[in-house]
Design a protein around this ligand. Sequence first.
Ligand code: NAI
Length: 290
Amino acid sequence: MDPNMISTISVIGAGTMGRQIALLAAISGFRTNCIDNNPGQVEDARAFTISYLQGRVDKGRLTDEQAQQAGSRLHFASDFVEALKETDFVIEAAVEKLEVKRELFSQLDRYCPKHAILATNSSYIVSSRIADATGRPEKVCNMHFFNPALVMKCVEVVKGVHTSEETAQVAVGLARRLNKEPVLLNKEIYGFLVNRIFSSITSEALYLIDMGIASPEDIDSAVVNALGHPMGPCRLMDMNGLDFAYIRRMERYRETDDPADKPAVILVEKYARGEWGKKTGKGFFEYEKE
Ligand code: NAI
């Protein structure tokens, strides 16, 4: 399939990521379905779309007509069967649970046209753990967007052993049509590319705090002023949620049993005290409560 032949995209899940990816696709000119089995989420996503498009018009980034056209290309649904009939490409952004994704992919395989490619936006579940739930493993891959997906330019396309070269290239081509800068991983690896690099930086920052070498303020200052990052690792962990950082590391530690994967002491303490970052008003730094 030529990526230029893709005209209809279906996004599964209308949560944080799904609603943004769907809106991005509609703004980029694709007929888009956004499907979620929770009607409340569908309504929230619809309201988000209206307010986002109006915001773009107010800022002069889209004309009234462009916003209206994008809105009319985007269809929300809670029922799969009808919505998936004309899909060329699916991006699954449902909850991060393997069993949910496997069940979803088996349904997608049943209801999507035979030529359709099925990609998962999962942050950590590689598509080889899902592809065998379908009868078209060669058309299954990871396509990992970053939050906020409407803004962040990077998309990781990950090729599993089952993924055909054509599928990987179509996913890369589609990402470009969505005005992103795709990177292709030729093999599956835990955490893909960006989260591995980010995890190395945050692990080192946590180690330096645990050892009493430097404060979170000074670590962030060094990373910003010497390495040129826009934000230091401690503030970034606060933004993403220290609960998430702790849970992710604990899950990994349980999987590998490798002491190197054990969460840092400071992270365990922050998690136990409910100092989870911006969302709780305190993490490494203090914030006005959300
Ligand atoms: P979310 O919890 O905000 O949204 C998930 C949505 O999936 C919910 O609206 C839920 O109703 C829906 N859903 C659950 N089961 C479903 C089913 N069987 N059929 C249809 N819809 C179903 O989750 P979020 O944060 O949007 O994450 C979605 C995926 O994107 C996950 O795999 C996550 O790892 C990945 N991701 C998340 C990022 C983030 O920063 N939140 C960044 C990059 C990837």
